[in-house]
Design a protein around this ligand. Sequence first.
Ligand SMILES: Nc1ncnc2c1ncn2[C@@H]1O[C@H](COP(=O)(O)OP(=O)(O)OP(=O)(O)O)[C@@H](O)[C@H]1O
Ligand SMILES: [Mg+2]
Length: 305
Amino acid sequence: MVGASPMMRKIPSGVFGLNPLMDGGINERTVSVVIGAPGAGKTTFAINFLRRGLEQGEDAIFITLDEAPEQIVQEVIQMGWEDAQQHLDDGSMVFIDASGKQFTNFIQKELGAFVGEWTGHNARIVIDPLTPVLWSVKERYEQRDIVSYLLRETRKIGTVLCTLEEHGIQGDLAAPELVIPMYLADNVIHLRYKSHESPEKREMKIIKCRSSKHSRYWHPYRIVKGAGIIIQHASEEFAPAEKRVDFKMELKKQLGKVKAERLEAMHPMERDAMLHTLDSLANEDLSDLDPREVVTRILEEHGLI
Ligand SMILES: Nc1ncnc2c1ncn2[C@@H]1O[C@H](COP(=O)(O)OP(=O)(O)OP(=O)(O)O)[C@@H](O)[C@H]1O
Ligand SMILES: [Mg+2]
Protein backbone atom coordinates (compact mmCIF):
# COMPACT_ATOMS: atom_id res chain seq x y z
CA MET A 1 0.00 0.00 0.00
CA VAL A 2 1.26 3.45 -0.82
CA GLY A 3 1.99 5.43 2.30
CA ALA A 4 0.77 8.90 3.01
CA SER A 5 2.89 11.65 1.54
CA PRO A 6 3.63 14.90 3.34
CA MET A 7 1.44 16.63 0.75
CA MET A 8 -1.64 14.87 2.04
CA ARG A 9 -4.64 16.80 3.14
CA LYS A 10 -5.93 16.35 6.67
CA ILE A 11 -9.62 15.77 7.18
CA PRO A 12 -11.34 16.19 10.54
CA SER A 13 -11.93 12.82 12.17
CA GLY A 14 -15.25 13.69 13.80
CA VAL A 15 -14.02 12.11 17.02
CA PHE A 16 -13.95 14.96 19.49
CA GLY A 17 -10.44 15.61 20.78
CA LEU A 18 -8.67 13.34 18.28
CA ASN A 19 -7.45 15.73 15.57
CA PRO A 20 -4.81 17.53 17.65
CA LEU A 21 -3.42 14.12 18.65
CA MET A 22 -3.03 13.16 14.98
CA ASP A 23 -1.24 16.26 13.77
CA GLY A 24 -4.49 17.93 12.70
CA GLY A 25 -6.69 15.03 11.60
CA ILE A 26 -6.76 11.97 9.39
CA ASN A 27 -4.87 12.05 6.10
CA GLU A 28 -7.32 12.01 3.23
CA ARG A 29 -7.59 8.75 1.24
CA THR A 30 -5.80 6.68 3.82
CA VAL A 31 -6.91 3.58 5.68
CA SER A 32 -7.37 3.64 9.44
CA VAL A 33 -8.04 0.70 11.69
CA VAL A 34 -9.67 1.03 15.08
CA ILE A 35 -9.02 -1.89 17.40
CA GLY A 36 -11.03 -2.62 20.52
CA ALA A 37 -12.70 -5.21 22.73
CA PRO A 38 -16.51 -5.66 22.71
CA GLY A 39 -18.18 -2.44 23.81
CA ALA A 40 -15.01 -0.36 23.47
CA GLY A 41 -16.74 2.08 21.14
CA LYS A 42 -15.54 0.96 17.69
CA THR A 43 -18.91 1.43 15.99
CA THR A 44 -19.38 4.74 17.79
CA PHE A 45 -15.97 5.86 16.51
CA ALA A 46 -16.94 4.84 12.96
CA ILE A 47 -20.21 6.75 13.21
CA ASN A 48 -18.44 9.89 14.47
CA PHE A 49 -16.20 9.64 11.40
CA LEU A 50 -19.04 9.22 8.89
CA ARG A 51 -21.22 11.85 10.47
CA ARG A 52 -18.47 14.44 10.23
CA GLY A 53 -18.07 13.77 6.51
CA LEU A 54 -21.80 14.07 5.89
CA GLU A 55 -21.84 17.44 7.63
CA GLN A 56 -19.32 18.66 5.06
CA GLY A 57 -21.28 17.37 2.11
CA GLU A 58 -19.28 14.15 1.67
CA ASP A 59 -20.93 10.77 1.16
CA ALA A 60 -20.94 7.98 3.72
CA ILE A 61 -20.70 4.27 2.99
CA PHE A 62 -21.16 1.83 5.84
CA ILE A 63 -20.21 -1.74 5.01
CA THR A 64 -21.62 -3.87 7.75
CA LEU A 65 -20.39 -7.39 8.25
CA ASP A 66 -22.31 -8.57 11.23
CA GLU A 67 -25.21 -6.35 12.26
CA ALA A 68 -28.21 -5.68 10.03
CA PRO A 69 -28.38 -2.06 8.74
CA GLU A 70 -31.82 -1.53 10.34
CA GLN A 71 -30.38 -2.39 13.72
CA ILE A 72 -27.41 -0.08 13.28
CA VAL A 73 -29.67 2.79 12.24
CA GLN A 74 -31.89 2.22 15.22
CA GLU A 75 -28.87 2.24 17.53
CA VAL A 76 -27.36 5.41 16.09
CA ILE A 77 -30.67 7.24 16.35
CA GLN A 78 -30.87 6.13 19.97
CA MET A 79 -27.35 7.45 20.49
CA GLY A 80 -28.61 10.87 19.49
CA TRP A 81 -28.04 11.02 15.72
CA GLU A 82 -31.57 11.87 14.63
CA ASP A 83 -30.52 12.82 11.08
CA ALA A 84 -29.28 9.33 10.22
CA GLN A 85 -32.53 8.33 8.54
CA GLN A 86 -32.62 11.49 6.48
CA HIS A 87 -29.15 10.84 5.12
CA LEU A 88 -30.29 7.36 4.13
CA ASP A 89 -33.39 8.74 2.48
CA ASP A 90 -31.53 11.35 0.45
CA GLY A 91 -28.84 8.84 -0.55
CA SER A 92 -25.88 10.63 1.02
CA MET A 93 -25.40 7.60 3.27
CA VAL A 94 -25.65 4.01 2.11
CA PHE A 95 -25.37 0.73 3.89
CA ILE A 96 -23.85 -2.29 2.22
CA ASP A 97 -25.13 -5.31 4.03
CA ALA A 98 -22.54 -8.03 3.63
CA SER A 99 -23.61 -9.71 6.84
CA GLY A 100 -25.40 -12.70 5.38
CA LYS A 101 -23.00 -13.15 2.50
CA GLN A 102 -19.85 -15.08 1.81
CA PHE A 103 -17.39 -12.24 2.26
CA THR A 104 -14.92 -13.74 -0.15
CA ASN A 105 -17.64 -13.87 -2.82
CA PHE A 106 -18.80 -10.37 -2.05
CA ILE A 107 -15.28 -8.98 -2.22
CA GLN A 108 -14.24 -10.88 -5.33
CA LYS A 109 -17.46 -10.57 -7.33
CA GLU A 110 -19.29 -7.43 -6.20
CA LEU A 111 -16.69 -5.06 -4.85
CA GLY A 112 -15.18 -4.07 -8.21
CA ALA A 113 -18.55 -2.99 -9.63
CA PHE A 114 -19.40 -1.18 -6.44
CA VAL A 115 -16.15 0.77 -6.46
CA GLY A 116 -16.69 1.59 -10.15
CA GLU A 117 -20.09 3.01 -9.34
CA TRP A 118 -18.70 5.28 -6.65
CA THR A 119 -15.57 6.46 -8.44
CA GLY A 120 -15.40 10.22 -8.53
CA HIS A 121 -17.25 10.60 -5.26
CA ASN A 122 -15.64 11.97 -2.16
CA ALA A 123 -16.77 9.47 0.41
CA ARG A 124 -15.91 8.17 3.82
CA ILE A 125 -16.10 4.40 3.98
CA VAL A 126 -16.48 2.30 7.09
CA ILE A 127 -16.04 -1.47 7.30
CA ASP A 128 -17.40 -2.58 10.65
CA PRO A 129 -16.03 -5.02 11.69
CA LEU A 130 -13.29 -6.16 9.36
CA THR A 131 -12.51 -9.20 11.52
CA PRO A 132 -14.90 -11.67 9.80
CA VAL A 133 -13.19 -10.99 6.47
CA LEU A 134 -9.98 -12.37 7.91
CA TRP A 135 -11.79 -15.36 9.29
CA SER A 136 -13.45 -16.07 5.97
CA VAL A 137 -10.23 -17.55 4.57
CA LYS A 138 -7.92 -20.03 6.16
CA GLU A 139 -4.38 -19.32 5.15
CA ARG A 140 -2.41 -16.36 6.39
CA TYR A 141 -1.34 -15.34 2.88
CA GLU A 142 -4.97 -15.48 1.70
CA GLN A 143 -5.98 -13.26 4.61
CA ARG A 144 -3.36 -10.75 3.59
CA ASP A 145 -4.43 -10.89 -0.05
CA ILE A 146 -8.12 -10.42 0.58
CA VAL A 147 -7.70 -7.60 3.10
CA SER A 148 -5.12 -5.90 0.95
CA TYR A 149 -7.46 -6.06 -2.07
CA LEU A 150 -10.44 -4.83 -0.06
CA LEU A 151 -8.53 -1.85 1.32
CA ARG A 152 -6.91 -0.98 -1.98
CA GLU A 153 -10.26 -0.96 -3.76
CA THR A 154 -12.22 0.93 -1.13
CA ARG A 155 -9.64 3.68 -0.76
CA LYS A 156 -10.15 4.47 -4.44
CA ILE A 157 -13.44 6.07 -3.47
CA GLY A 158 -12.36 7.87 -0.34
CA THR A 159 -11.02 7.69 3.18
CA VAL A 160 -11.47 4.30 4.81
CA LEU A 161 -11.95 3.30 8.41
CA CYS A 162 -12.18 -0.34 9.52
CA THR A 163 -12.78 -1.73 12.94
CA LEU A 164 -11.13 -4.80 14.36
CA GLU A 165 -12.34 -6.92 17.23
CA GLU A 166 -9.85 -7.51 19.97
CA HIS A 167 -10.16 -10.97 21.42
CA GLY A 168 -8.20 -12.61 24.18
CA ILE A 169 -5.79 -10.67 26.31
CA GLN A 170 -6.38 -6.95 25.93
CA GLY A 171 -3.44 -4.99 24.72
CA ASP A 172 -1.87 -7.99 23.03
CA LEU A 173 -1.90 -6.75 19.48
CA ALA A 174 0.13 -9.67 18.14
CA ALA A 175 -2.82 -11.83 17.01
CA PRO A 176 -2.61 -12.52 13.25
CA GLU A 177 -6.07 -11.07 12.58
CA LEU A 178 -4.82 -7.79 14.05
CA VAL A 179 -1.29 -7.80 12.69
CA ILE A 180 -2.18 -8.12 8.98
CA PRO A 181 -4.57 -5.12 8.86
CA MET A 182 -2.28 -3.16 11.18
CA TYR A 183 0.54 -3.54 8.68
CA LEU A 184 -1.62 -2.59 5.73
CA ALA A 185 -3.25 0.41 7.37
CA ASP A 186 -1.87 3.92 7.41
CA ASN A 187 -3.29 4.69 10.83
CA VAL A 188 -3.92 2.42 13.79
CA ILE A 189 -5.92 3.46 16.85
CA HIS A 190 -6.34 1.27 19.89
CA LEU A 191 -9.38 1.69 22.12
CA ARG A 192 -8.63 0.02 25.44
CA TYR A 193 -11.73 -0.77 27.42
CA LYS A 194 -11.42 -2.09 30.96
CA SER A 195 -15.00 -3.08 31.59
CA HIS A 196 -14.02 -5.10 34.67
CA GLU A 197 -12.83 -2.04 36.56
CA SER A 198 -15.16 0.00 38.67
CA PRO A 199 -15.79 2.55 37.37
CA GLU A 200 -14.98 1.16 33.94
CA LYS A 201 -12.00 2.71 32.22
CA ARG A 202 -11.68 3.74 28.58
CA GLU A 203 -8.43 4.94 27.05
CA MET A 204 -7.20 5.37 23.51
CA LYS A 205 -3.78 5.42 21.94
CA ILE A 206 -2.55 6.09 18.43
CA ILE A 207 -0.33 3.17 17.54
CA LYS A 208 0.62 4.53 14.16
CA CYS A 209 -0.20 7.47 11.95
CA ARG A 210 1.88 7.56 8.78
CA SER A 211 3.46 10.88 7.78
CA SER A 212 2.25 12.61 10.93
CA LYS A 213 3.64 13.56 14.27
CA HIS A 214 1.17 11.89 16.61
CA SER A 215 0.59 11.47 20.31
CA ARG A 216 2.39 8.54 21.97
CA TYR A 217 0.24 8.51 25.08
CA TRP A 218 -2.89 6.87 26.37
CA HIS A 219 -5.79 9.31 26.54
CA PRO A 220 -9.00 8.69 28.49
CA TYR A 221 -12.22 8.94 26.51
CA ARG A 222 -15.93 8.84 27.19
CA ILE A 223 -18.97 7.90 25.12
CA VAL A 224 -21.74 10.48 25.43
CA LYS A 225 -25.15 10.33 23.83
CA GLY A 226 -25.41 12.99 21.14
CA ALA A 227 -21.66 13.43 20.71
CA GLY A 228 -20.28 9.91 20.61
CA ILE A 229 -16.62 9.67 21.55
CA ILE A 230 -14.96 12.55 23.40
CA ILE A 231 -11.25 12.19 24.11
CA GLN A 232 -9.96 13.96 27.17
CA HIS A 233 -6.62 15.73 27.08
CA ALA A 234 -4.35 15.71 30.08
CA SER A 235 -4.66 19.22 31.36
CA GLU A 236 -4.74 20.94 34.69
CA GLU A 237 -6.97 23.55 33.18
CA PHE A 238 -10.08 21.42 33.72
CA ALA A 239 -11.40 21.24 37.22
CA PRO A 240 -12.12 18.24 39.44
CA ALA A 241 -15.74 17.14 39.69
CA GLU A 242 -16.70 19.25 42.70
CA LYS A 243 -15.83 22.46 40.89
CA ARG A 244 -17.91 21.76 37.82
CA VAL A 245 -19.46 24.59 35.90
CA ASP A 246 -22.90 24.57 34.30
CA PHE A 247 -22.83 23.27 30.73
CA LYS A 248 -25.24 25.86 29.30
CA MET A 249 -23.36 28.74 30.90
CA GLU A 250 -20.07 27.41 29.62
CA LEU A 251 -21.45 26.95 26.14
CA LYS A 252 -22.76 30.49 26.06
CA LYS A 253 -19.43 31.81 27.27
CA GLN A 254 -17.29 29.93 24.77
CA LEU A 255 -19.62 30.48 21.82
CA GLY A 256 -19.70 34.17 22.71
CA LYS A 257 -15.95 34.32 22.13
CA VAL A 258 -16.23 32.86 18.63
CA LYS A 259 -16.42 35.59 16.01
CA ALA A 260 -19.80 35.76 14.27
CA GLU A 261 -18.09 35.70 10.87
CA ARG A 262 -16.44 32.38 11.73
CA LEU A 263 -19.81 30.84 12.46
CA GLU A 264 -21.33 32.33 9.35
CA ALA A 265 -18.49 31.02 7.20
CA MET A 266 -19.21 27.45 8.23
CA HIS A 267 -21.06 25.07 5.95
CA PRO A 268 -24.69 25.48 7.12
CA MET A 269 -25.06 21.73 7.54
CA GLU A 270 -21.95 21.58 9.67
CA ARG A 271 -22.99 24.56 11.76
CA ASP A 272 -26.46 23.17 12.37
CA ALA A 273 -25.08 19.76 13.28
CA MET A 274 -22.57 21.27 15.69
CA LEU A 275 -25.12 23.52 17.38
CA HIS A 276 -27.53 20.61 17.61
CA THR A 277 -24.88 18.43 19.24
CA LEU A 278 -23.97 21.17 21.71
CA ASP A 279 -27.61 21.79 22.45
CA SER A 280 -28.42 18.16 23.06
CA LEU A 281 -25.49 17.78 25.44
CA ALA A 282 -27.03 20.32 27.78
CA ASN A 283 -29.49 17.62 28.84
CA GLU A 284 -27.03 14.75 28.99
CA ASP A 285 -25.27 13.24 31.93
CA LEU A 286 -21.63 14.05 31.25
CA SER A 287 -20.54 11.94 34.22
CA ASP A 288 -17.02 13.03 35.18
CA LEU A 289 -16.39 15.08 32.06
CA ASP A 290 -15.74 18.76 32.63
CA PRO A 291 -18.29 20.75 30.56
CA ARG A 292 -15.53 23.22 29.72
CA GLU A 293 -13.51 20.45 28.12
CA VAL A 294 -16.54 19.07 26.26
CA VAL A 295 -17.32 22.47 24.73
CA THR A 296 -13.62 23.03 23.97
CA ARG A 297 -13.23 19.67 22.18
CA ILE A 298 -16.32 20.27 20.05
CA LEU A 299 -15.46 23.83 19.01
CA GLU A 300 -11.92 22.64 18.31
CA GLU A 301 -13.20 19.84 16.03
CA HIS A 302 -14.91 22.50 13.95
CA GLY A 303 -11.85 24.71 13.83
CA LEU A 304 -13.47 27.49 15.84
CA ILE A 305 -10.80 27.60 18.55
N1 LIG B 1 -27.27 6.00 24.63
C1 LIG B 1 -26.02 5.83 25.06
N2 LIG B 1 -25.47 6.76 25.86
C2 LIG B 1 -24.20 6.64 26.28
N3 LIG B 1 -23.43 5.61 25.99
C3 LIG B 1 -23.92 4.66 25.20
C4 LIG B 1 -25.22 4.71 24.69
N4 LIG B 1 -25.42 3.63 23.91
C5 LIG B 1 -24.28 2.94 23.95
N5 LIG B 1 -23.39 3.56 24.74
C6 LIG B 1 -22.04 3.09 25.06
O1 LIG B 1 -21.38 2.70 23.91
C7 LIG B 1 -20.89 1.38 24.11
C8 LIG B 1 -20.95 0.58 22.84
O2 LIG B 1 -20.20 1.19 21.90
P1 LIG B 1 -20.02 0.50 20.48
O3 LIG B 1 -21.21 -0.23 20.05
O4 LIG B 1 -19.50 1.60 19.65
O5 LIG B 1 -18.87 -0.55 20.83
P2 LIG B 1 -18.19 -1.59 19.87
O6 LIG B 1 -16.74 -1.53 20.20
O7 LIG B 1 -18.60 -1.32 18.48
O8 LIG B 1 -18.81 -2.95 20.39
P3 LIG B 1 -18.95 -4.34 19.59
O9 LIG B 1 -17.63 -5.01 19.76
O10 LIG B 1 -20.02 -5.01 20.34
O11 LIG B 1 -19.30 -4.05 18.19
C9 LIG B 1 -21.79 0.78 25.09
O12 LIG B 1 -21.13 -0.22 25.81
C10 LIG B 1 -22.18 1.91 25.95
O13 LIG B 1 -21.26 2.06 26.99
MG1 LIG C 1 -19.52 -2.48 17.02
